[in-house]
Design a protein around this ligand. Structure first.
Ligand SMILES: *Cc1c(COP(=O)(O)O)cnc(C)c1O
Length: 366
């Protein structure tokens, strides 16, 4: 937390809107919309997964449909496909960006179009704070008439080319304000869309699909997915420090890179013209060169109560999705084998970071 959240929460209490609606929720949606620019519609929700669930349903995803997704991502960015009885098809990453490989996706879309089995939606992930290639993906989705929903849960604060913000892409983007994200409302999410009709439908579905009537009237089923007004008040305070947080995370990344870069240790690339939030500092370890595996490093850090994590395990390697199709060259598999996310919290001190760096340097061959 910064220091402003409590004042916003106090205001929310004073207004007595302790509910999933109220002035703070309206103001939070407006604040995020202003931040993103482009006059987009924002709907505050209880989580990023809820936002994806609604976006997929509004995109028309239903039982038996396919949704094409990045394999290397967090489960919350995939499970909503299952909620709708649809099936994921997984795609590899481009090693130059660690975001979805647009060439592989493009080839497969062409094949699927010829065979009359296009997916209902495509959901690429902005990995570890880096935007996907929005121009290329939007052009692809448009040319095939397929819905594009961008999972920007990890990338609020990042920019794509010519200053366009992450979270503005496709038919809709989803954001997460879970406790581990760059800003948080303790738990929460948002659907961001350029279609007013999508935003209206999201609000309707997120509040139990109540038809206009004095009594409770339902012609479809909905969800209890709206963001609490109290959580939105926290979000208002957090939005004020978002750019600061991004700057801090980028500084943390640069300090790690300056200290640890050497043959055998590579950092997540940042393509020309893009600006990642560096939500997590992610790197790969080549054991043949530095003499230790990423697991050796992780366990050694853990002995000193320093938590690091392997990169996301690709979803096509998960037992749950053992039968799901995958297209790629195994770039994501190799990243998972060798990749590590280092402690990257905005409130980590330089001394704490120096300790992490020193402990890693002691392990690797110079
Ligand atoms: C965090 C996250 C989500 C889910 O957001 P929740 O708010 O935790 O439901 C989805 N996709 C990605 C890539 C995430 O990192």
């Amino acid at each position: 937390m910064s220091e402003q959240e409590q004042a916003y929460v106090a205001e929310a209490f004073k207004s007595n809107f302790v509910a999933p609606l109220g002035p703070q929720l309206d103001a939070f949606e407006e604040r995020v919309s202003d931040y993103l620019g482009e006059g987009l519609h924002c709907v505050g929700l209880s989580s990023g997964s809820a936002a994806l669930h609604l976006a997929l349903r509004i995109a028309g995803v239903g039982p038996g449909d396919e949704v094409w997704v990045s394999s290397m991502t967090f489960a919350g960015g995939i499970f909503p496909v299952n909620y709708l009885g649809a099936r994921p098809r997984f795609f590899d990453l481009d090693p130059a960006s660690w975001t979805v490989d647009v060439n592989i996706l493009s080839d497969e879309l062409e094949r699927a179009a010829r065979e009359g089995r296009l997916p209902q939606a495509i959901v690429p992930t902005d990995l570890y704070g880096q935007s996907v290639d929005l121009n290329a993906l939007e052009a692809l989705a448009k040319s095939h008439g397929v819905r594009l929903i961008v999972d920007s849960a990890e990338s609020l604060g990042a920019t794509y080319r010519s200053g366009r913000k992450a979270g503005t892409g496709g038919d809709a983007a989803i954001l997460s304000f879970n406790g581990n994200k760059i800003i948080t409302t303790s738990g929460g999410g948002m659907l961001v869309t350029r279609h007013k009709a999508w935003a209206d439908e999201a609000r309707f579905l997120a509040t139990q699909a109540r038809d206009p009537a004095p009594h409770y009237e339902h012609s479809t089923y909905g969800y209890n997915y709206r963001l609490s007004n109290i959580c939105a008040a926290i979000g208002l305070g957090q939005m004020a420090v978002l750019d600061e947080r991004v700057a801090r995370r980028r500084t943390i990344f640069e300090r790690y890179r300056d200290a640890l870069s050497r043959p055998g240790i590579s950092f997540m690339p940042e393509p020309e013209g893009l600006r990642s939030t560096r939500w997590l500092t992610a790197l790969t370890i080549d054991a043949a060169v530095v003499g230790v595996t990423r697991e050796d490093i992780r366990l050694s850090l853990l002995e000193h109560e320093i938590e690091s994590r392997p990169l996301w395990k690709p979803m096509h390697l998960q037992p749950l999705y053992a039968d799901a199709p995958y297209h790629g060259l195994g770039v994501d598999e190799r990243l998972f084998e060798r990749g590590l996310c280092l402690p990257s919290g905005s409130d980590m001190t330089d001394d704490q970071q120096d300790e992490v760096i020193e402990r890693i340097l002691k392990l690797v061959v110079a």
